[in-house]
Design a protein around this ligand. Structure first.
Ligand SMILES: [Zn+2]
Length: 402
């Protein structure tokens, strides 16, 4: 009989069962029903009836460009409407006077982990001015945090690919260094050449065997056309499940017929859609996309950076925002909003062993709520966050020494 390392007793599972969980070597090894005989364990943790949730999935963030924990940086508005290049210019001015990048990245990681995020995908800026310097810094921070959070990195061409000469080679080098995915950004509006932009991205994806996650702000039928091209390439390369389009505001701007046709295409191609459910404009409609079989996931995106000052790194709050912005009132709808920041996020990030089943990684969050709908509405504080079965954060504070 093997000894269980940690026994978490008196947990309330999302399906309503009261249970105890045995954890060894960072994994859930046994689940005991209420009243069952419990084995010996090296350590016993009494959850006292708290709701136990899988660790939250932060599917889209920028660890290199946030100023969270740094001196306040007032937002600088665009001079003539939203303009990616002008915002990148403001970003470079802000970064020049900011605290060191690794300090800012750590601040942001602590914020996210303390709220319950155990899995993350961060984009990291690469262009011909900063080259691979951001990536080197963020990779070192990732290594330092490996026992507290799992982080995927996306090589993100912030200044374009065709219009920032040399970026294609840097993106390829980034993947060789250990970046997990290849990114992209507005093939039409930024690089003015959809085919050539996508040729570079999917070329590297095919050559290096990595997934794709493309920022797409391009609106209306232009954006939808680009998504169709991305879906066609995903299908042609057999990359279903490994491609995501982030923001995709266009899906919230076109009529319902075109939305439905596009949703069917991306569902069958296996392209996931990331939305933060922004409050200042249209966004991909979560319920119709999910109904069509599209994987919709979410993230904080920008937190106190040069793009906007909002964001708190709390993916449970994000589920609340998604529900609020989507008109979700019924319990089953609130459960869907929660799914976006947990299971759907895990699917989009292709995480293995994610969840609260036997054999899954013991990455979970304990908090006071009767069930998932109440957690989404109440966004309770006082959370305990466990990574690989170990307490990494409690009551909003990181546990020292992990
Ligand atoms: Zn982003």
């Amino acid at each position: 009989v093997h000894q269980i390392e940690r026994l978490f007793i008196n947990a309330l599972l999302p399906d309503g069962r009261a249970a105890s969980l045995g954890v060894s070597n960072g994994r859930i090894v046994e689940i005991f029903a209420q009243g069952a005989d419990l084995p010996e364990a090296t350590e016993r943790v009494d959850l006292d009836g708290q709701l136990l949730l899988p660790g939250f999935v932060e599917g889209h963030i920028h660890l290199d460009t946030s100023f969270y924990g740094d001196a306040w940086k007032p937002h600088i508005p665009n001079t003539a409407g939203f303009d990616v290049r002008e915002r990148v210019k403001f970003q470079m001015q802000n970064i020049a006077t900011a605290a060191p990048m690794d300090v800012r990245a750590r601040n942001q990681l602590d914020l996210c982990i303390a709220h319950g995020t155990t899995q993350m995908r961060s984009h990291v800026m690469i262009d011909n001015s900063v080259k691979l310097s951001h990536l080197e810094t963020i990779m070192a921070v990732r290594e330092d945090y490996r026992d507290r959070i799992d982080i995927q990195l996306v090589a993100f061409p912030q200044s374009g690919i065709l219009t920032s000469p040399g970026t294609d080679a840097l993106l390829d080098e980034a993947i060789a260094m250990g970046c997990d995915l290849i990114g992209g950004l507005d093939p039409a509006m930024l690089d003015r050449d959809i085919e050539k932009h996508l040729d570079v991205i999917f070329g590297i994806a095919e050559k290096r065997g990595v997934g794709v996650d493309i920022h797409l702000h391009d609106g209306g039928t232009l954006g939808v056309y680009e998504i169709e091209q991305i879906a066609a390439r995903t299908q042609a390369l057999g990359m279903g499940g490994r491609v995501a389009v982030s923001h995709a505001y266009c899906l919230g701007q076109v009529d319902s017929d075109l939305l439905q046709r596009t949703a069917d295409k991306i569902a069958s191609a296996g392209v996931a859609i990331m939305t933060v459910a922004p409050a200042n404009g249209p966004f991909p409609p979560v319920a119709p996309l999910r109904a069509a079989g599209v994987t919709v996931f979410s993230g904080s995106d920008n937190i106190r950076d040069s793009w906007w000052p909002y964001g708190d790194g709390d993916m449970l709050r994000r589920a609340n925002t998604i529900g609020h912005r989507s008109g979700f009132f019924e319990d089953w709808q609130l459960v869907e909003a929660f799914d976006v920041v947990t299971q759907a996020g895990a699917k989009a990030l292709q995480l293995v062993s994610y969840g609260l089943g036997i054999g899954d990684k013991a990455d979970f969050v304990a908090l006071r709520a009767q069930h998932v709908p109440e957690a989404v509405i109440g966004v309770p504080s006082g959370r305990s966050v466990y990574k690989n079965g170990r307490l990494v954060a409690q009551d909003g504070q990181m546990v020292e020494g992990i």
